[in-house]
Design a protein around this ligand. Structure first.
Ligand code: ADP
Ligand code: ZN
Length: 815
């Protein structure tokens, strides 16, 4: 067999792939899609084979030696061919380095650890020889020679951990490396699979238990459960681990080790799904979808259904259609919290054929789910953004629920939008893409109207329940009559009371975390700002900190203004923490909980809060937009939106759209069960069309008005956009590079691309970097692509570092 060469994508911010040779021992092995370990510069790296190549011959002609693939990681290629194609498309379309793009598609690297290792250089060996000739003199020389000697004894290379131990710290070792005696490199080491101890009752043991604890353990292990992992047994029997280990020592328990598995989750197992008979609209939509799936060709459709119209049932029916044709299905949801609800429904319907994938899972768990999918054990994947890359084959259906959500857009490289990626993947796979929403993005609705997507509509709520009754609270009027502003308006406060009395539930949405948005000096008018970012710090009362929500910088609230030394510092703007506190003061008997990123971080915490709310253990749930999305709580009869117009002030062409969507979505949480709902929306801009149409829950009128503005101002969906950000800690660099890029873009003005900028970005400083921005607009994607295509090569030619330029195609926002 001739020597094979392979193009490998490596997780580095470079736009090329790298050529490696396959040693003869890999003959017969598939390399494309395979994870491989290769040497790169001074280290070992995990990459993925993209294609066999003969580029090597040219390079070899040029005398550059070609390095070899060291190892094949898995028994099968991790990526099926369609995913490689998808990755290449993402890399092109979003102008993202191929290696970083492919990395986003691969499973977590749990099998390997990246370790640093030091080896003796020739110079080090020579130095050692000299030292032993000269007879060691000084103290330091002694230490050095001892260290070098030990390194030599270990075959010339030692791990960083050992080196540090011998030689008193990293710095000293690095010092030897700087002097050229040692060479550092990164190596990959295999990691052992984590194990756990399993315990069983020893049947040979016939003595009857002596203690309560022991008989509980016996009962659990023999009568109710069978062998259990140590931790679970301890929890179930309510004993300490020591008690169990003592029984094991006495021979009353048998023990062995097994690879760590996950605890079973009562969230999923103690659940009975609703049994709904589809109504006429749902049936009609589903019949269409069946037809497309049976046809087995690409089709894209928008399922536009008002909140509470039962879109989920249609999704489940569609998944069933795909499975019945022997196909697989992906369902994307915009939030981790929603994977819990939706995952549970899907599991109840389709059993263990489902896998859940999202970034909140620990690596081990995510890798396990990922490989279950890859090996075909799971046929349905429910997940967030990155599940668009689920390694399924034979995909028949991709659902994107709440397709308008900005969480589908990844805000780091590769900056893909999972919705658009899903549509492209459906095209590759000949599958059906089903985008669902009550408030579709302008882009998607535009596509549906233009006939590019099919349009399926659910116009009424299930069982003809009425949409919640929405009222506006005009904060200007409220202030005129009350002469003060409170964290929650008088009107909302008095609306809550009767719901508490009736024992139904309320949700209060405030889309700002923390206690106060900022700390203002009345003396000089300045806000206390982050030292790294041009943004005011948010006050968090429970932690007694002022925090930056962008970079994490935090300080204790100062007693005086850092600028003018004035002592009149005021907290301004109420956040979720303050609203919760205020409601507790106002309704001391009510059971109140808060759901935002400060109160819940893990899956378990989500489950606790959401479970408690669903179970009626909470009367009022305060939260950020996390509470607005998708949830189906049957006993919520009141939804209050505090400061509904927060987003309207932002310099973002999507501000009106986002406000409309958020209000309509959150209003849709009320009155979903048999009880009617009401919604109160607080605002200073009651006349704004986004608020007016949200109150009427009139999507189509909103769309038409907004589309009119977008068309006039050349914004999506009537133009395509890209934002290019140039950043550096030195403002001179950022300016110089921006000028250079301005020169590069200028000629494209005559070729159908409008170039705005460079100008200071809306967030002019972030994490200590100064930021300048270009916005490129074009009526044609091909024209935009031409301008972007050469821009990174241009940067490379001008020695502008890769990391200094961020290209964002189809940005979620410009602010
Ligand atoms: P949305 O369209 O807002 O996503 P959901 O799919 O969450 O709506 O459905 C809202 C509620 O209606 C759920 O509790 C669901 O179980 C119920 N439901 C769905 N279809 C029907 C039906 N045909 N008859 C009665 N209830 C239904
Ligand atoms: Zn900051």
């Amino acid at each position: 067999m001739a020597q094979r060469f392979c193009e490998v994508a490596l997780p580095v911010p470079l736009r090329s792939t790298f050529t490696y040779a396959a040693p003869a021992s890999f003959n017969g092995e598939e390399l494309v899609g395979r994870r491989v370990v290769v040497p790169f510069r001074n280290r070992a790296m995990v990459g993925v084979g993209l294609a066999l190549s003969d580029r090597a011959l040219e390079i070899a002609g040029g005398k550059k030696s070609i390095r070899e693939i060291v190892e094949l990681m898995d028994a099968v290629p991790a990526l099926p061919p369609k995913l490689i194609e998808l990755g290449q498309w993402i890399s092109r379309y979003y102008v993202a380095p191929i290696g970083e793009t492919m990395r986003a598609m691969l499973p977590p690297e749990i099998e390997v650890r990246h370790d640093r290792e030091y080896s003796l250089t020739d110079q080090g060996r020579e130095h050692l020889r000299q030292l032993s000739l000269s007879g060691e003199t000084s103290e330091t020389e002694n230490v050095i020679s001892e260290f070098l000697r030990r390194t030599e004894r270990c075959g010339g290379a030692v791990s960083a951990a050992a080196a540090r131990k011998w030689f008193g710290g990293e710095a000293a070792v690095e010092d030897l490396a700087r002097r050229g005696y040692l060479q550092a490199r990164t190596v990959l080491r295999k990691r052992e699979a984590p194990m756990q101890k399993i315990l069983a009752w020893n049947p040979a043991n016939t003595d009857s238990p002596v203690k309560d604890a022991e008989s509980r353990i016996k009962e659990i292990l023999t009568a109710t459960r069978g062998p259990l992992p140590l931790q679970i047994l301890a929890a179930k029997a309510a004993v300490s681990r020591a008690v169990i280990l003592r029984l094991e020592k006495k021979g009353r328990l048998l023990a062995w080790e097994e690879p760590l598995t996950l605890e079973e989750d009562s969230w999923d197992t103690d659940f009975t799904p609703p049994t709904n008979v589809l109504n006429a609209e749902q049936k009609r939509a589903l019949e269409e979808i069946w037809r497309w799936i049976v046809a087995g060709k690409f089709a894209a459709a928008l399922l536009h259904g008002v909140t509470g119209s039962g879109k989920t049932e249609v999704y489940l029916g569609a998944i069933e259609a795909a499975l019945s044709r022997g196909k697989t299905a992906i369902m994307l949801v915009p939030e981790i919290a929603l994977t819990l609800w939706v995952g549970r429904l899907v599991r109840a319907r389709f059993g263990d054929r489902i896998a859940v994938l999202h970034s909140g899972l620990p690596d081990v768990e995510r890798a396990r789910e990922w490989w279950r999918v890859r090996h075909g054990e799971a046929k349905v994947v429910v997940g967030t953004r990155s599940a668009a890359f689920a390694p399924l084959e034979n995909v028949g259906l991709i659902i994107v629920d709440e397709e308008q959500e900005s969480s589908y857009k990844q805000e780091e490289t590769p900056r893909y939008n999972a919705r658009d990626t899903a549509v492209y993947r459906a095209q590759l796979e000949g599958a059906v893409a089903l985008l669902g929403s009550a408030t579709p993005s302008l882009e998607t609705y535009h596509n549906a109207r233009a006939g590019k997507y099919h349009l399926l509509e659910l116009t009424s709520r299930v069982e003809n329940r009425s949409l919640a009754d929405v009222r506006i609270v005009d904060l200007r009027e409220e202030f005129r009559s009350e002469h003060r502003a409170t964290p929650v308006s008088q009107s909302l406060r008095s609306a809550i009371q009767p719901h508490l009395e009736e024992g139904t539930q309320a949700m209060v949405l405030i889309n700002r975390r923390g206690y106060s948005w900022s700390l203002l000096c009345r003396g000089c008018g300045s806000m206390i700002q982050c030292q790294n970012c041009s943004i005011a710090l948010t006050y968090h009362k429970s932690r007694q900190r002022l925090e930056c929500h962008y970079c994490g910088y935090s300080i204790r609230p100062p007693k005086e203004c850092p600028k003018c030394k004035g002592e009149y510092l005021y907290f301004v703007g109420d956040g979720a923490e303050r609203v919760e506190e205020y409601l507790r003061e106002q309704f001391p008997k009510a059971r109140i909980a808060r759901l935002d990123r400060d109160t819940v971080r893990t899956k378990r915490e989500y489950q606790q809060v959401l479970g408690a709310f669903a179970g009626g253990e909470i009367d009022i749930l305060v939260g950020t937009q996390m509470v607005a999305k998708g949830h189906d709580f049957q006993r919520v009869t009141l939804v209050g939106v505090v400061a509904a117009d927060l987003a309207l002030g932002r310099p973002d062409f999507r501000a009106a759209e986002k406000t409309f969507q958020l209000l309509t979505q959150v209003a849709g949480r009320a009155g979903r069960g048999e009880l009617a709902g009401e919604v109160l929306v607080e605002t200073y801009h009651p006349e704004h069309y986004a608020i007016q149409y949200a109150v009427k829950q009139d999507y189509v009128s909103f769309y038409e008005k907004e589309a009119h503005f977008r068309r006039m101002l050349h914004y999506p969906p009537f133009a395509v956009l890209a934002s290019i950000l140039i950043r550096d800690r030195k403002i001179e660099n950022a300016i110089r590079w921006s000028r250079a890029l301005g020169g590069f873009f200028a000629p494209f003005e005559n070729r159908g691309v409008k170039i705005l900028g460079p100008a200071a970005a809306p967030l002019a400083r972030l994490r200590r970097e100064y930021r300048f921005q270009f916005v490129l607009k074009s009526p044609q994607r091909s024209a935009l692509a031409r301008a972007l295509g050469g821009c990174l090569d241009f940067c490379a030619s001008k020695h502008i570092p890769e990391t200094a330029v961020i290209v964002d195609v189809d940005p979620a926002s410009l602010s």
